[in-house]
Write a protein that binds this ligand. Structure first.
Ligand code: SME
Length: 155
């Protein structure tokens, strides 16, 4: 994966320069999608018990809106946990984005008890995602959550 620490620094610099969450969410998705294993990279935001697709790099998906509890994305929110699914064909509660997808990683964008959304990544390789990916992505998600929390406070 790209150097998460560098991306986190760039996101903080954007915050310091006055960019809002919309720009940070797009920047994070664009940068993360450069990894060859990441065949579909997107961010969903949580609103009224549904996940709304904010932005993505990859093939268009029909899953622009996912109820909490549905699919791997919705389950992550319902269970308030990150999910690293090594083989999506073994998941009962799975919404296929592309028939090529083999594994999926969902990292929540959260600040304490508040869940703002998630980073969702699909790979065409089985078990594509490592613990190192998870740790790096949690750092990126935390930086995004800082900005989203600041905007919610100011709203
Ligand atoms: N596979 C996800 C749906 C989102 S797409 O992968 C873009 C799920 O099961 O929730």
């Amino acid at each position: 994966m790209l150097d998460a620490a560098d991306l986190i620094k760039e996101l903080q610099q954007m915050r310091d320069d006055g960019h809002l969450s919309d720009a940070l969410l797009r920047k994070a998705v664009r940068s993360l999608s450069e990894d060859d294993r990441f065949d579909w990279t997107g961010v969903y935001l949580l609103k009224d018990e549904e996940l709304w697709l904010h932005n993505y790099v990859g093939e268009p998906t029909e899953h622009a809106k996912i109820p909490v509890g549905t699919g791997i994305c919705g389950r992550a929110v319902a269970e308030r946990t990150n999910l690293n699914v090594e083989d999506v064909s073994k998941e009962e509660n799975y919404l296929a984005c592309s028939p090529e997808t083999q594994s999926e990683l969902v990292i929540l964008i959260r600040a304490g008890e508040d869940i703002f959304g998630q980073i969702d990544i699909d790979s065409e390789q089985k078990a594509a995602f490592t613990e190192e990916d998870e740790i790096g992505l949690i750092g990126v998600a935390d930086k995004l959550a800082e900005q989203l929390a600041a905007e919610r406070r100011d709203a």
